[in-house]
Design a protein around this ligand. Structure first.
Ligand code: UT7
Length: 320
């Protein structure tokens, strides 16, 4: 993972908009978030996260055959963030493309990468989730600017010998509710400019909240069943880090105890498609996600879109 250095606390936000630390903490669980420096972008942060993931996997960049970047805030419409990362990392044998499914982008990218690995088309795939929502927020809108933060995370998927663990997924979209959370694009949308903030993010928080709690539970249960497991078989659960109240409600509805559920939204806010790989990285570093665990992850957000995946967390290949 790569997290920009600058921290923006709830107290800092009190000076920007009519809000207070107690409201933000009670409604969201967020205490602080990180904000990219002027010279940082989705691709620069993604490259750094990718570099660290390759180091953890003990792989040379030339061994990677595909780079997928999940992002909705990259600096260009084209070239893709993944192409910039492929070059920045020196992954000169890799193909590269982006996936944009907003906050569920990482799960979509993971599922796509998983298809290449399970078919044997590619053996080593780098998946990056990277976002700079600070650049599309209206810093005068208290209902959205307190919620998001910047950051990046990355994982390497590798084919392995032996019996595969479960790898099931559920992806979904309800484009009829596209208006609940959107950010107009300055390049493609008619008459939209960044000068007067027309590109800022808009969200109906209450409706997205209701969608999140219901759809996330259904998607996780479907993915667990598709893996031939029961919810009790899930050892660890990493939901998209949007709001601690959503995380707790989902865990309660699924009947998952607190010690199986990961949350770090208090320190990073909602980093969109970077939230799950950042959480995954911290869960491993903290020893909470263990080798052999059945892992469930779920993302949800603009589209509306959602994605749940169930897989076994296996030891690194060089540890075997
Ligand atoms: O990544 C996926 C995308 N996003 C999400 O998952 C977000 C999902 N939604 C949420 O997390 C919650 O709906 C929010 C945290 C956005 C809002 O919480 P809420 O409990 O649904 O509050 P609300 O929007 O119903 O607003 C309650 C009150 C309103 O005042 P009135 O109308 O009751 O007088 C708001 O104006 O809180 C007010 N409010 C604030 N007050 C202080 C809204 N934002 C703030 C704020 N500080 N930052």
């Amino acid at each position: 993972m790569y997290i920009p250095r600058k921290v923006l606390t709830n107290r800092d936000l009190e000076a920007l908009v009519d809000t207070d630390d107690a409201w933000i903490q009670t409604r969201t669980g967020i205490r602080e978030r990180h904000i990219a420096a002027d010279n940082e972008t989705a691709s620069t942060m993604g490259i750094e996260a990718g570099r660290r993931a390759l180091a953890v996997a003990a792989l040379a960049p030339e061994e990677i055959e595909l780079v997928i970047a999940a992002t909705s805030t990259t600096e260009h419409i084209f070239p893709s963030c993944a192409s910039l990362a492929q070059h920045g990392l020196g992954a000169r044998n890799a193909a590269a493309f982006d996936v944009n499914a907003a906050c569920s982008g990482f799960v979509h990218a993971l599922v796509i990468g998983g298809q290449f690995v399970t078919t044997g088309a590619y053996k080593k795939v780098l998946i990056i989730g990277t976002e700079v929502y600070s650049r599309i927020l209206d810093w005068h809108d208290r209902s959205t600017c307190v919620l998001f933060g910047d950051g990046a995370g990355a994982v390497v998927l590798e084919a392995r010998k032996g019996s595969p663990g479960p790898f099931s997924f559920v992806l979904g979209s309800d484009g009829a509710r596209a208006d609940l959370i959107y950010a107009p694009g300055v390049c493609g949308a008619p008459n939209v400019t960044s000068v007067n903030g027309q590109h800022w993010l808009h969200m109906n928080g209450r409706e997205v909240y209701k969608f999140a709690v219901k759809t996330v539970c259904d998607a996780v249960l479907q993915a667990v069943a598709a893996a031939g497991l029961r919810i009790e078989d899930i050892d660890f659960f990493i939901p998209h880090q949007a709001n601690d109240r959503i995380i707790k409600a989902v865990a309660r509805n699924l009947g998952l105890p607190d010690d199986k559920v990961f949350s770090n939204v208090d320190r990073y806010g909602n980093t969109s498609s970077a939230s799950i790989p950042i959480a995954l990285c911290e869960a491993v570093e903290q020893g909470r996600l263990k080798d052999g665990d059945n892992l469930a992850m779920v993302g949800f957000g603009s589209g509306l879109s959602w994605g749940a995946v169930v897989m076994r967390w296996a030891p690194r290949l060089n540890d075997e």
